[in-house]
Write a protein that binds this ligand. Sequence first.
Ligand code: 3NM
Length: 222
Amino acid sequence: MSRLEASRLRKSLRLYLVLGSANCKIDPAIVVEEAIRGGVTLVQFREKGGNALKGAEKEELARRIHTICRRFGIPLIINDDVDLAIAIDAEGVHIGQEDEPADQVRKRIGDKILGLSVHSMEEAELADHRIVDYMGVGPIFPTLSKDDAREAQGPGVIREMKLKNVTLPIVGIGGISMERASEVIDAGADGIAVISAITGAADHGAAAQKLVCEVAASIERR
Ligand code: 3NM
């Protein structure tokens, strides 16, 4: 799959599952399958933390997750590992402000989807529309899932971006639960990206289903 037109990408961002082996009590590939069956629209493989898989083991897990995503027609985005995304022919790459610069990544990945983490209006204004396809804005609420997370900003940061005519698709991330999903959509986000709201749920599929219904209902109300 190549860079999606913005309207298709906005739909793919509705419920974005981010995960790696550190976030899962069971095989992450099984979590992915259950969550996709529940309604997840996009998946990011984010293998971080002290015990993160590396090398061949990391690639093997990424390939297994990709096989499941493909079966359901769900794009797979690889966090901060351009070589891996290219090796397994994933649909996209997600980078942070401290990773390889977006223009260099774009040159390497050609037509794949490119996502960028932004934490402020200033960073959003610097994101180049010709290079980046969507922005992950966070942390919206306090999160325990990212060691070096910045201070939570609340959904207002997304509202400000929309008011100032930031047009790139936006997904909110950080501490987003079932109860708080609608606040993020009401602020103007195209979707929500979550780790623990799905990986930490007793029933991954049911959690995804509830979240995606909440997002869809909030978008319809806007
Ligand atoms: N990035 P949870 S917050 C991966 O602010 C990630 O850029 C963030 O996990 C950012 O849904 C975050 O469990 C963790 O809070 C999201």
